[in-house]
Design a protein around this ligand. Sequence first.
Ligand SMILES: *Cc1c(COP(=O)(O)O)cnc(C)c1O
Length: 374
Amino acid sequence: MLPYSTQAIEEDDIAAVVAVLRSSHLTQGAKVEEFENALADYVGAKYCVTFNSATSALHAAYSVCGITVGDEIITTPISFVATSNMAIALGAKPIFCDIKMDGNIDENLIEALITPHTKAIVPVDFAGKPVVIDVIKAIAKKHNLLVIEDASHALGSDINHQKIGSFADMTIFSFHAIKPITTGEGGAVVTNNEEFAIQLKLFRSHGIVKKNLWNSDMVCLGHNYRLTEFAAALGLSQLHKLDRFINIRETIVRYYDERFEHHKLFTIIHIDASEQSARHLYVLLLNPELHCVKEEIFTELQTRGLGVQVHYKPIYQNSFYKERFGEIRLPNTEQFYRSELSIPCHQKMTMEDAVYAADIILEVIENAYRGCSF
Ligand SMILES: *Cc1c(COP(=O)(O)O)cnc(C)c1O
């Protein structure tokens, strides 16, 4: 099976983890700080605070900027549920904004959704493609809102050579196994705001500050959201490979783009020449005449060894959301969900894999179209 995404763990990654396992500190040692410094340097942010997942990183980011009961965040329904779940965990309400057909929030629809309760705009760089951050930041500035960017797909993405992570008030990354780099489970918040960084660290670790000798003080409510030392060692080792991983994914993408450009049955998503995508996902958008056979296409591709997936079922369609917030239907979001198919694209693929995948995808989609009854 050729999965849509997977980790690449190499011998030096393993050696880095083993070295920590043989050392005195499995947690709360120097590796986490080393990883944080390297991440902050890489993205060009002042501060980085790691967490044991992007979900806990989101929880922390929302909490330290004061998001609480009765507040609203404006976010995208085309994301993993954690993006809005963690705002709900604090008593806030997610307001879903429709998207564009590149999968990213439509920055032109945000302003109309702002109310006196709005606290933050939370865009997601879908598949690694940067959102239109300058427009989003301008709206936030005008209305005195924060921008919290869920860049779980986008470590290594940039706009005019400026990395994602240096634009928003806080930016979240995920190091889940199949994200751009991995620590197994893990996440981080990067920010230029020192006060946020201090509060994030307290939230991560029980709200406790060290005083002197045995004396410490718990000054606010916190959690245990810490990353282990061996996870940080893996992350540090992986971070050195990120640009190589992106280059490999970019090679696969260039080949796919050539094979798939101007196809009559589906479209692909282009990245602007001034931007770099981390290429977390490679997305096909099936034309409407294929929507009725999408299940057949999906099943046949899986049967033929391609681990395709659909990103994402709109968050508001989940029963938890429907029960709390009622039925919502945003036209582009619905259209995107019906069209979207993520196909294999990762740093462990060879060119032969890409040729094989493209051949099968074209054959299966064209066959499904011929088998369609209209
Ligand atoms: C993966 C993902 C998350 C959650 O990341 P974890 O590290 O698994 O908690 C949040 N948001 C988006 C957009 C994601 O893709």
